[in-house]
Design a protein around this ligand. Structure first.
Ligand code: FAD
Ligand code: DLZ
Ligand code: SF4
Length: 511
């Protein structure tokens, strides 16, 4: 007797634990369902990317000889939920004696699946997702007894565990972290390299057309569609990155430039997160580039740290702290999300660029997410729930296990400092240092007050003033509060007045 093996949209890996012991009587279920496509109103491009990748993966499994039940969103009888589709598949094949599924990446769905055990007529087996490098039990053991969870120490343990960039017991190059080399501003003469941006194939085109009509009222553009939707395509993107882009990844990792969405970033997160690429394999290939002398250590270490460090660490934090994590609001921020987060229409050039490309590509690189939109949301006191929802729906790589800690913890400090030892708040000066946005902005980055003053400046000091009682005792904020106390009273009140007027004028937007 066979079993039903459910594969979710972000589980498109042949090595998936739920597929490991697949037999000839088993049925693999992959289902496009309204509940997953709309529990937040995902960017159109995210839905098209995932549905196309799911259809390609189903075709690959079929070609490998497996029985696949693929349910399209517009199929007659589609139940609209994963539970409904599992129940329907069991009814259609009464001989199936159980359901096997790899644990999902989001708490909400995990809760739902736990209940399937009572709701379905056959046993449900939930298997661990071992596509990650650090099993959750190992992360929990590492976290036990610690008051703060600093990524850097966790990262060193994963370096030792994997042997990545290790020379015996020592880190390659004598240092664990080369971040101080990775903060260069882009010189005017330097242009980011050409990218691997594949054309959609016929299957993907069909999905894009379907999404255009079915999800017309969702955020974002479908064109240009430049994501690969097959394993082979994702591998080609990976190989192009290794050969052409990785050497510059470190130097310009924190840089931003107007009209340049990609810079030297890998554009691999959407493939890693839906299972088309494997994290350890990608890291081993990056290390091989350094060992062969084709990429410098600061680039390769920086890249590997993002994957075996940050990516694994945020997943651990998510499962350690949910569900209460999402409920915290340590800085008591309650302002609704302004309309321009959906339209991109604002005189702030940095925000218009970051949101505009998010709308166009369902992608923004890390510094835009953290230091432009995230920083704005932090210093403007936007409600973490609204901001989390925005980040979860706008990016093609967004699933709650990775989105929530990055937004709630890193960007918004809503967890009270569990992830970041101080808020990533910055004035316009930081954005000016790391980008060329300010030169073509309607605002003046040097001005702190007045009509033309950069909003990041007065919002920053307003944030510092507003949160003085909460943040002043933080050692890492001591210098900032010293500077704050040296500011003339009348300048502080002028900035706070400008901040209040600006914030009052924002209004609230809906997707
Ligand atoms: P690169 O800069 O080329 O980095 C290489 C890889 O490292 C990425 O593909 C990704 O897998 C991993 N990585 C890098 N930084 C992080 C990080 N902080 N956390 C986890 N993995 C990381 N990443 C997501 O995958 N999904 C999200 O929903 C997401 N939301 C974010 C929200 C905010 C507010 C912030 C500040 C960051 C968020 N990130 C998220 C992390 C990071 O911004 C993206 O992983 C990265 O921009 C993806 O682009 P890339 O593949 O070109 O990354
Ligand atoms: C994001 C997404 C979307 C848009 N649609 C589907 C879908 O129709 N079917 C499916 O199995 N998965 C989809 N996903 C991915 C799931 O939301 C994801 O598996 C969970 O959020 C757990 O990470
Ligand atoms: Fe952004 Fe201020 Fe610079 Fe304008 S002046 S681009 S708002 S940092």
């Amino acid at each position: 007797m066979g079993v039903l093996r459910l594969v979710l949209g972000d589980q498109l890996s042949p090595s998936l634990s739920s597929l490991r012991d697949i037999g000839p009587d088993d049925v693999v279920l992959i289902a496009e369902v309204a509940e997953e496509a709309t529990y937040v109103r995902h960017h159109k491009k995210k839905i098209a990317f995932l549905f196309a990748a799911m259809r390609h993966f189903a075709a690959e499994l079929k070609a490998a000889g497996h029985n696949v039940r693929y349910v399209r969103l517009d199929d007659a009888g589609n139940q609209g939920s994963l539970r409904g589709e599992v129940a329907r598949a069991l009814e259609a094949a009464p001989a199936l004696s159980g359901v096997v599924v790899t644990r999902p990446g989001e708490w909400r769905l995990m809760q739902d699946m736990e209940a399937w055990r009572d709701l379905l007529p056959v046993p449900v087996e939930l298997r661990d997702d071992d596509r990650f490098i650090v099993p959750l039990a190992e992360f929990f053991a590492w976290a036990k007894g610690r008051k703060q969870f600093r990524m850097e120490f966790f990262y060193r343990e994963v370096r030792r565990k994997t042997g990545l960039l290790m020379d015996g017991d020592e880190p390659a190059g004598g240092q664990w972290n080369f971040d101080h080399d990775n903060r260069k501003r882009l010189p005017k003469s330097m242009v980011p390299p050409a990218r691997f941006l594949p054309e959609p194939d016929a299957l993907t085109r069909e999905v894009i057309d379907f999404v255009r009509t079915r999800f017309a009222d969702h955020f974002g553009d479908l064109e240009p569609f430049v994501f690969a939707t097959t394993r082979a395509g994702a591998e080609a993107a990976r190989d192009h990155f290794m050969a052409e882009i990785l050497p510059g990844f470190g130097d310009w990792q924190d840089a931003m430039a107007k009209g340049e969405p990609w810079m030297w970033h890998s554009l691999l997160s959407m493939y890693l997160n839906c299972g088309l690429l494997e994290p350890l394999d990608v890291c081993r290939r990056a290390e091989a580039e350094w060992r062969a002398g084709r990429a410098p250590l600061n680039a390769v270490e920086g890249f590997i740290r993002q994957i075996i460090g940050w990516r694994e660490y945020v997943r651990g934090i998510y499962w350690l702290k949910m569900p209460h994590y999402a409920e915290t609001n340590a800085l008591a921020a309650h302002r609704p999300l302004p309309d321009f987060f959906w339209t991109g229409e604002t005189g702030m050039r940095c925000m218009a660029d970051a949101i505009g490309q998010t709308r166009r590509h369902a992608y923004a690189h890390h510094i835009q997410r953290l230091m432009v939109t995230g920083n704005f949301a932090l210093i403007a006191g936007l409600d973490p729930r609204a901001v989390n929802e925005w980040y979860l729906l706008v990016y093609a790589d967004a699933y709650e296990w990775v989105e929530l800690p990055n937004t709630h913890g890193m960007a918004l400090h809503a967890d009270g400092g569990l992830m970041a030892s101080k808020p990533y708040a910055a004035s316009g000066n930081y954005i000016n240092k790391m980008s060329d946005y300010c030169g073509s902005c309607a605002y003046d980055v040097r001005a702190r007050t007045g009509d033309k003053a950069c909003p990041f400046n007065y919002l920053y000091w307003d944030f510092i003033a507003r949160n003085q009682a909460r943040l002043q005792s933080n050692q890492r904020m001591a210098l900032i509060y010293k500077s704050f106390e040296r500011l003339p009273e009348d300048e502080i009140s002028a900035m706070r007045k400008d901040a209040a007027a600006f914030l009052d004028g924002l209004g609230a937007g809906t997707p």
